[in-house]
Design a binder for this molecule. Structure first.
Ligand code: FES
Length: 123
């Protein structure tokens, strides 16, 4: 089966922590640049079909527990970014596309390639 390339953007037009949505047939693909890497997922939430890639991209929120087991609040982990579906808040790990609360659910992943200054998603 031959793969097709869909143009996403010129590298200089795609900044860190940015997202581009590109059309693909009857659906769309969300492409992200974050932490020096590129990721692409179908813009279709595994919950009820919402536009997951149109939601926020935010760092994982972690609970901080002290050695004496007392609760110290929460902090952001910028090493693990989450795509948050705007319909009901399901969160997906940007690196894998897995839903973080139940990793058997996931967004469909696509490969991203860079050719010179141009970025494409393979479909
Ligand atoms: S459709 Fe995405 S969280 Fe419900």
């Amino acid at each position: 089966m031959t793969q097709k390339e869909i143009f996403v953007a010129h590298r200089s037009e795609f900044k860190e922590r940015e997202r581009k949505i590109v059309p693909h047939g009857n659906t769309e693909i969300g492409v992200y640049r974050a932490n020096g890497k590129l990721y692409a997922y179908q813009n279709l939430c595994a919950h009820q079909g919402g536009p997951a890639c149109e939601g926020l991209l935010m760092p994982k929120v972690e609970e901080v527990i002290a050695r004496d087991q007392t609760y110290q609040g929460q902090k952001f982990n910028y090493e693990e970014l989450h795509i948050v579906c705007p319909w009901h808040g399901w969160e997906y790990d940007l690196q894998t596309g897995e839903m973080v609360a139940d990793r058997k659910f996931r967004l469909k992943k696509y490969e991203v390639v860079e050719r010179g200054e141009d970025i494409y998603v393979l479909v």
